[in-house]
Design a protein. Structure first.
Length: 226
């Protein structure tokens, strides 16, 4: 009966919160969403083309920001933020499926969301400068004019006579001709003289990340078996 009485009270649907706090929440969320969304869409996505990580980064940023902004205790906020970095640090070294580049972006997205949520007493100018620094550094690192992106690929090679050091030029020419890649470096791994094959690790310049480069033969075999 008490619940029914509360429901029919005329003031039940009236907003009793702080309008200023709600406005600040919405403004800061919009700023955080635009910053993280812009970094993901215009700096990360053009090279990787991974929509699954695009989705993951945005939802992670939104969740972290909301959790930290709504926590009342400063000690809990800081402890929660440090705990997040520790958890994702452990995942980085315990998980093989998440590439280093994606993990780096994940750390950065978490860091930006933490700063935008916790730095409540800062001026808008300070907050803008901090976010612009993140954008500028990321753009510089992603720019092909500043730092070229180098991908690697494992190749099972059958012309075992070309793996000799004196035949390095011929090996590079053959690999470039057969793969069509601008290969700049070749490392010789396992050599199987019984099958006349060698495992090569080749490095080549690429304008975008190739997620297939992170797979090995066991991953390929397990996917085909499924």
């Amino acid at each position: 009966m008490n619940l029914l009485t509360d429901l029919i009270e005329p003031n039940f649907f009236e907003y009793s919160g702080d309008g200023q706090s709600l406005t600040m929440l919405l403004i800061r969320f919009l700023v955080n969403f635009l910053i993280t969304g812009g970094i993901i869409r215009f700096l990360y996505y053009p090279r990787s083309r991974r929509r699954d990580y695009f989705f993951t980064f945005l939802l992670t940023s939104t969740t972290i920001f909301m959790l930290l902004f709504l926590l009342d205790s400063v000690q809990i906020q800081v402890g929660f933020a440090l705990g997040l970095f520790a958890i994702f640090g452990i995942l980085r070294y315990r998980t093989d499926t998440l590439p280093i580049r994606e993990m780096t972006y994940l750390f950065m997205i978490i860091g930006i969301s933490v700063i935008n949520a916790l730095y409540k007493n800062a001026s808008w100018l300070d907050l803008a400068v901090i976010n612009l620094i993140f954008i500028a550094v990321t753009w510089i690192m992603e720019s092909s004019n500043i730092l070229r992106h180098v991908s690697s690929k494992k190749i099972i090679y059958e012309k075992i006579d070309l793996i000799r050091p004196e035949n390095k030029a011929a090996l590079l020419a053959d690999l470039k001709n057969r793969t069509g890649l601008n290969i700049t470096k070749v490392e010789v791994g396992t050599i199987d003289f019984l099958k006349d094959t060698a495992l090569l690790n080749v490095y080549y310049n690429s304008n975008e990340a190739n997620m297939a480069d992170t797979f090995d033969r066991d991953d390929f075999r397990s996917e085909n078996d499924d």
